[in-house]
Design a binder for this molecule. Structure first.
Ligand SMILES: Nc1nc2c(ncn2[C@@H]2O[C@H](COP(=O)(O)OP(=O)(O)OP(=O)(O)O)[C@@H](O)[C@H]2O)c(=O)[nH]1
Ligand SMILES: [Mg+2]
Length: 693
């Protein structure tokens, strides 16, 4: 209880799916005495994977927090899911941690998820690698090490060497302690022993490399090393810590989570090499408009924290996971939400071991904990002392890559379904729900098919609602390619108070993305000032549905140049209708065209599937912009029409046996003509007829 800020280490445990992150966290917790015994993912009783969906699927879906004490330090472990379907949780985990432990499976080396994690870590530099699963057939520590060097620009430095591999794996040699730690019997601690004779030469060689790497971390150590050609163990640790904090050195360890092997060296490395939160920078939101872009984590000063995750617990209600940036947070600390200065009443403060909440008195700067039942706080909120005026940068979450249209089978369930989807979106910011006004569909989107399936399964089982999903429609647009002019007269003057207005419009194309502008070019009072807003409204309403396929019209300038009014029968409504008619007539003559959304696509793919992925992209009317080899993995950048990507997450999976992954974001709208455009027009016509039936 009561760790000072500089005795805290926050570690995001990351890596490709199924590399053993959850298993390793479990073993570390047991090794450090935080739990009596390590369970396995297969029994569904681990600390980290505790939700029903995780237990059923035997994968991590949510970021989970646990902690242990080691050599006087509090280690907060953030177990991040490996699948790219839950990349949002990884982003949150990385944000809350000062360093990342990247797991690589010794039998597979660097995988797609390793590359993606590495990229996401770019601005949170310090990282360690643990080569796990050394007990597996084909496990090869040195091959994995070469693989890392091939893929990433960094100084990888082994801190341990494996003793054997595969079924012959016995444990590790710790190159700093110069001891062997053999895999312990179940439930036992690893006892240090002498380095086996056959490994002594290799250990000497690697220790020398380790000393050199440590010396490079610090000028004074470098000098000392030149003089005496060696460093003390303590100096090695200091040098590595400096190199790691600067993001230059990446210590590499190995072991087996299954056999609880390699943990002594790993935990020691976390304590001596990973930076404490104190003095690390927490980025500020751009909207602060202040000179500083960040604030250093500091136990002094008024308290503040950042909510990096929100979840709903069956018993405790809303849980807000916070990272304390300054001061100390206690039960009676006064905090307001930076967003609206509304007071947040704190209740109890907790730390946790997975689902198990543990009371705590206070959270000092740098620590991670849970605030419960905050009335309005949500993920990305900054909670600050009332005298502060700042907010922290929101999470840089990835854009959804997969969308489906959804509706409840029974009309009576529609509202309930919407409510539950909204709630899911509050908990998980990479899941979104939106009603698409243009296509008249409820569309949910997320990070992949699995992501959406899991959310829908939960709703199906808990609320007993049956639903249907469909491929969503694309939001096409219409625009013009030439200037044109037309006039239109709206007239209904049969008895009584009539309607009269006449409007002459000139329209011309604007640059892509400029949307709309309206010019009043009336001279000599041909239309009274008071009616001009009616004309503009008519144009805006007319642009809501174009003349080709009924999609919204964009990138057009309309000038009202002439018109006529009647002393009694004219009204704003009459001018609105006349303007709408004039717009349609002008568009007919202005070389109209359909626009389709084009997406920026980044695909991470193994070399062996590169050819398939590229030829598939060209069949999707995609344009490959570049290709970056990163060792055995290629990063392909392309622009592809959205209409061709509606099932990409499913197709890419089957094309690459589930190994590839992609990111996608909207880029721009592009004109379509010929067969592609004809198909869009035909589909829209068919839909209209169907609606009329
Ligand atoms: N042989 C062997 N199997 C391991 C080892 N570590 C984990 N596993 C197994 O690998 C599988 C995946 O382990 P997890 O701990 O769930 O892996 P993870 O990285 O947390 O997976 P995600 O969170 O879903 O990405 C399980 O069946 C584990 O029992 C290891 O060191 N050796
Ligand atoms: Mg896991």
């Amino acid at each position: 209880m009561g760790f000072a800020s500089d005795a805290i280490r926050n570690i995001a445990v990351t890596g490709h799916g199924a590399t053993g992150k959850t298993s390793l966290v479990e073993q570390m917790l047991a090794f450090g005495g935080a739990i009596p015994k390590a369970e396995t993912v297969d029994t569904g009783r681990t600390v980290s994977d505790f939700t029903e969906e995780e237990i059923n699927r035997k994968i991590s879906i949510h970021l989970s927090l646990s902690h242990l004490e080691w050599q006087g330090c509090k280690l907060n472990l953030l177990d991040c899911p490996g699948s790219s379907d839950f990349a949002g949780e990884l982003v949150a985990g990385i944000r809350a941690a000062e360093s990342a432990l990247i797991l690589v499976a010794a039998d597979s080396g660097v995988q797609i998820g390793t590359v993606q994690t590495w990229r996401r870590l770019k601005d949170r530099a310090p990282r360690l690698v643990f080569v796990n699963k050394m007990d597996k057939e084909h496990a090869d520590f040195f091959k994995s090490l070469d693989n890392l060097k091939e893929n990433f620009q960094a100084a990888f430095v082994p801190l341990v060497l494996p003793i054997g591999a595969g079924t012959g794996f016995k444990g590790v040699v710790d190159l700093i302690a110069q001891k062997a730690y053999l895999a312990p019997e179940a439930g036992q601690k690893a006892v240090p022993s002498d380095i086996p004779a056959e490994l002594q030469e290799q250990a000497r060689e690697y220790r020398q490399a380790l000393i050199e790497a440590a010396a490079e971390g610090d000028d004074a150590l470098m000098e000392k090393y030149f003089e005496s050609e060696t460093l003390s163990d303590e100096e090695i640790r200091q040098g590595l810590a400096k190199g790691l904090a600067a993001g230059k050195t990446v210590p590499v360890l190995c072991g087996s989570a299954l056999q609880a092997s390699g943990l002594t060296s790993l935990l020691a490395a976390i304590v001596f090499a990973c930076p404490s939160p104190v003095g690390r920078e927490e980025p500020l939101a751009a909207s602060n408009g202040k000179e500083a872009a960040s604030r250093v984590i500091d136990p002094q000063g008024p308290p503040s924290c950042f909510v990096f995750k929100t979840s709903i617990d069956q018993f405790s209600g809303k849980l807000s996971f916070v990272k304390v940036v300054s001061g100390t947070i206690k039960g009676d600390t006064e905090l307001v939400a930076a967003r609206d200065k509304r007071k947040e009443k704190l209740n109890k403060i907790y730390t946790c071991l997975g689902k198990k909440l543990e009371d705590t008195e206070e959270l000092p700067a740098g620590d991670i904990g849970i605030l419960t039942k905050l009335p309005t706080a949500s993920t990305n909120d900054s909670l600050i002392a009332p005298e502060l005026d700042l907010s922290y940068q929101p999470l840089r979450l990835p854009q959804p890559v997969h969308a489906v249209a959804i509706s409840a089978n029974a009309k009576k369930d529609e509202d309930k379904l919407n409510q539950l989807l909204q709630r899911a979106a509050e908990e998980d910011l990479t899941f979104r729900i939106a009603y698409n006004q243009e296509t008249k569909e409820n569309v949910i989107s997320g990070m992949g098919e699995l992501h959406l399936d899991i959310i829908l399964d939960k709703i199906r089982s808990q609320a007993k609602i049956e639903m249907q999903t469909r491929t969503p429609r694309v939001a096409y647009r219409e625009t013009i390619r030439a200037p044109a002019a037309a006039e239109y007269q709206h007239k209904k003057q049969t008895g009584g108070h009539g309607q009269y207005a006449k409007v002459a419009l000139e329209i011309k194309p604007l640059a892509r993305g400029e949307h709309f502008s309206f010019v009043n070019a009336i001279v000599g009072g041909r239309i009274s000032r008071g009616y001009i807003p009616g004309v503009e409204k008519g144009v805006v309403e007319g642009m809501e549905s174009g003349i080709m396929a009924g999609y919204p019209v964009v990138d057009l300038e309309a000038s009202v140049v002439d018109g006529k009014e009647h002393p009694v029968d004219s009204s704003e409504l009459a001018f609105k209708l006349a303007a709408r008619g004039a717009l349609k007539a002008a568009m007919e003559k202005a070389d109209p065209v359909l626009l389709e959304p084009i997406m920026n696509l980044t695909v991470y793919v193994d070399n062996q599937y590169l050819g398939d992925v590229l030829s598939d992209l060209s069949s999707r009317r995609g344009k490959v912009l570049g290709q970056e080899p990163a060792g055995t993995i290629q990063v392909v950048k392309a622009q592809v029409p959205q209409a061709e990507l509606l099932r990409y997450s499913i197709d890419l999976r089957s094309m690459t046996s589930g190994t590839a992954s992609f990111e996608v974001e909207f880029s721009h709208y592009n004109p379509i003509t010929g067969k592609v455009a004809e198909a869009v027009v035909a589909a829209s016509k068919a839909r209209k007829e169907e609606q009329q039936d």
